[in-house]
Design a protein around this ligand. Structure first.
Ligand code: IVH
Length: 673
């Protein structure tokens, strides 16, 4: 018994340590899966040996933790409780059985919601005005994060509607979209800052940081899942209606909330959500099942830590182990070398994983990876597999990884940047791999959008020396294409037609197609609008380029160096002879186009369009003087949706953005093109 008691105390200590790191430093040292496992083990042991233990100081009794940060704490009007979690259908059915037993023969409906993987937030509105925003803290006292919360677009600073209560505590989750997380971490890497380990840490980090600029807070989203104290509105009799009421006051709620009255439907919902989980642009770690009726909720009541009327049915994050077979080096279009771990194939969440990106060379050092090591791999809610740690590091048949000195493609000497974090081939287009990727980019949707010229075909054309630079595409003969495997006569003739049809191009598209490092569609647009013609740009000084709003120092340097390199000058000149480059911004069409509804508007596309490719649709909007954005934000004017719209559509609902169906989009543009 002494042994068991000391084991439990040690387990508590361990969990307390992880809680401390997590709540105080937004740092996560173990996976969610492992944390949940430790908590479950502790709960089981405490339950079994409760007579020998003092329970009140156990982490299983705590709702959360207060931080070591210097944010001021305030008392929540009503405590912010947590949820009880279950990890199997069997345990969920147990919850259902117990609920049934208490409520006897009453019909029970359940409101099922997504369990968003973020940070709980309590927003206090008085007379409809947001007065204070607090984290959950320890459930009784929360940290004041009002200043940062006021910068989050999806959180209204004022509620709307005639029946807004005198005072209300709105409860919900702050979270970050997966793509914003990737973007933020890219910025962190570029600025040599520490990367966030997941979207939840990133949300917590941003929310609790001081003096953050608005642009960073735009990366946070909010979604309500209930309220605590509320003056009035006692006539609302079920949870689903409570959520609808919150929505009517301008607060964002999830579009996935559903009410069911059978286990069959609830488990169907669970399976369905789990199957779409990896396609959602935000992380969820399960579903939450809540008794819908408020009188029945009150009958079931609360424990100190969580409501008895709700349960979180969690997904099991899949972590597996595999062996590092070798490290391959991928050469990017701009020469950056990315190490890729080739592992013994394993299946995680239905996907076979063979190759895992290690991002940069620092990652190999950080994880201490050697050839032959057994590593832990996770796919989690994210689609991209990731090596989390090395499992066994002491075997004899492991070898240190030797970083490359020569480019694996052109064998030229590699340049090492940022204390060996970044390694780059600086042989530019003389490196075959970079040439292939640059030429492919030129033909892709970001460039001339030549149908049929995918990476494989371009690669074969380069291998056979049929194409050595951009303008060679325009002298390509059908017969050359037919000599490549897999390109038939019909296909070859279609490709030649597509090349011919791509010759009319805007100046902005032309610049983008060159694939200069850091010069994508947005910067190409800025450059083309300022310089209007290729010859103006070719004669531009560095300071003129650098003075443009939206073109930073590095981008200016890249474009200036590119257009002033002697061999590039020839390539550009030859290419411009093959193309018909028009200014994207001529005055006559400007006046005509300014009357269309998309002029100067921000548009987002979601779902598959029937009548156009995505890049054609983007070109149309640009032609009409609008801007296509890749993400929905409060600044988005319209979202155009095709078949099976995804999370952008969901987000646009939250932000109340005007929706245009593809059919209507077609009708509108017909009048202006
Ligand atoms: S209800 C009294 N609903 O999960 C009810 N919580 O693990 C308390 N969460 O603290 C919460 N999605 O931060 C609820 N749809 C949802 C949720 C949700 C995410 C979070 C919340 C809570 C934590 C418990």
């Amino acid at each position: 018994m002494i042994f068991i008691k000391s084991y439990i105390l040690k387990l508590r200590e361990k969990i307390r340590y992880y809680n401390y790191l997590y709540y105080s430093f937004s740092s996560q040292k173990i996976s969610d899966c492992r944390y949940d496992y430790l908590m479950k083990k502790l709960r089981y042991l405490e339950n079994k040996y409760k007579h020998f233990l003092f329970m009140k100081d156990s982490p299983t009794f705590q709702v959360g933790s207060l931080c070591a940060s210097d944010l001021k704490t305030y008392k929540h009007i009503t405590p912010m409780l947590s949820l009880n979690h279950v990890f199997s259908i069997r345990d969920y059915l147990n919850f259902y059985k117990k609920t049934k037993k208490v409520l006897k023969k009453q019909i029970i409906c359940f409101c099922c919601e997504l369990k968003l993987d973020g940070l709980a937030l309590n927003l206090v509105y008085e007379k409809g005005k947001l007065v204070i925003a607090m984290t959950r803290g320890n459930g009784i006292l929360g940290e004041n994060v009002t200043d940062n919360v006021k910068k989050i677009f999806s959180i209204p600073k004022k509620l709307v509607g005639k029946d807004v209560p005198e005072k209300i505590e709105v409860r919900g989750e702050v979270f970050m979209l997966k793509n914003d997380f990737i973007r933020l971490n890219n910025i962190a890497v570029r600025s040599q800052m520490k990367k966030f380990s997941n979207t939840r840490n990133a949300s917590s980090g941003l929310l609790r940081q001081k003096n953050l600029k608005n642009i960073f807070m735009n990366n946070l989203m909010f979604c309500c899942y209930g309220y605590g104290y509320c003056s009035g509105n006692d006539d609302i009799l079920n949870h689903y209606d409570k959520l609808q009421k919150l929505h009517s006051w301008g607060l964002p709620i999830s579009g996935y909330n559903c009410v069911f009255n059978s286990n069959y439907d609830i488990l169907n919902f669970y399976n369905k959500i789990e199957s779409i989980r990896s396609f959602l642009n935000f992380n969820i770690d399960g579903i939450v099942i809540k008794v819908n009726s408020i009188p029945l909720q009150n009958k079931l009541g609360y424990t100190r830590r969580a409501p008895v009327w709700a349960i979180a049915l969690k997904f099991f994050d899949q972590e597996k182990t595999s062996k590092i077979l070798k490290i391959e080096y991928k050469i990017g279009r701009t020469g950056v070398i990315t190490p890729i771990a080739v592992v013994d194939p394993i299946c995680i969440s239905g996907v076979i994983i063979r190759r895992i990106s290690l991002y940069n060379f620092h990652e190999i050092k950080k994880l201490g990876i050697r050839l032959g090591d057994i590593v832990k791999i996770k796919r989690s809610g994210d689609v991209i597999p990731k090596i989390i740690s090395v499992v066994r590091n002491c075997s004899n048949d492991v070898q240190d990884i030797v970083f490359p000195h020569l480019c694996p493609s052109c064998r030229s000497k590699l340049k090492i940047y940022d204390k060996r974090i970044k390694i780059r081939c600086i042989n530019n287009l003389k490196c075959k791999e970079q040439l292939k990727k640059t030429l492919y980019y030129f033909c892709s949707k970001s460039g001339l959008n030549i149908l049929g010229l995918g990476f494989k075909t371009v690669s074969k054309l380069v291998n056979k020396n049929y194409v050595k630079n951009f303008s060679d595409f325009f002298n390509l003969h059908e017969n050359a294409l037919i000599t490549l495997d897999e390109v038939g006569k019909k296909n070859a003739s279609n490709i030649i037609d597509a090349i011919h049809n791509s010759k009319n191009i805007t100046f902005s598209k032309f610049l983008c197609a060159l694939g200069i490092d850091e010069i994508g569609t947005v910067k190409s647009d800025i450059l083309s609008k300022h310089f209007l013609s290729l010859s103006n740009l070719m004669n531009a000084t560095f300071s003129e380029i650098c003075s443009l709003k939206g073109i930073g120092f590095i981008a200016s340097r890249n474009i200036f160096n590119f257009i002033n390199d002697e061999s590039n000058k020839n390539v550009i000149l030859n290419l411009s002879k093959s193309l018909n480059i028009s200014s994207s911004y001529d005055n006559v069409s400007y006046v005509r186009k300014s009357s269309n509804p998309f002029f100067k508007k921000k548009i987002v596309f979601s779902g598959t369009l029937n009548k156009f490719s995505r890049s054609q649709a983007v070109d149309i909007i640009k032609e009409l003087g609008g801007n296509v954005m890749s993400n929905v934000s409060i600044k988005t004017d319209y979202i155009v949706i095709g078949k099976n719209p995804g999370s952008k559509f969901f987000k646009s609902n939250i932000l109340n953005i005007k929706v245009i169906l593809e059919q209507n989009f077609l009708e509108i543009i017909k009048n202006y093109l």
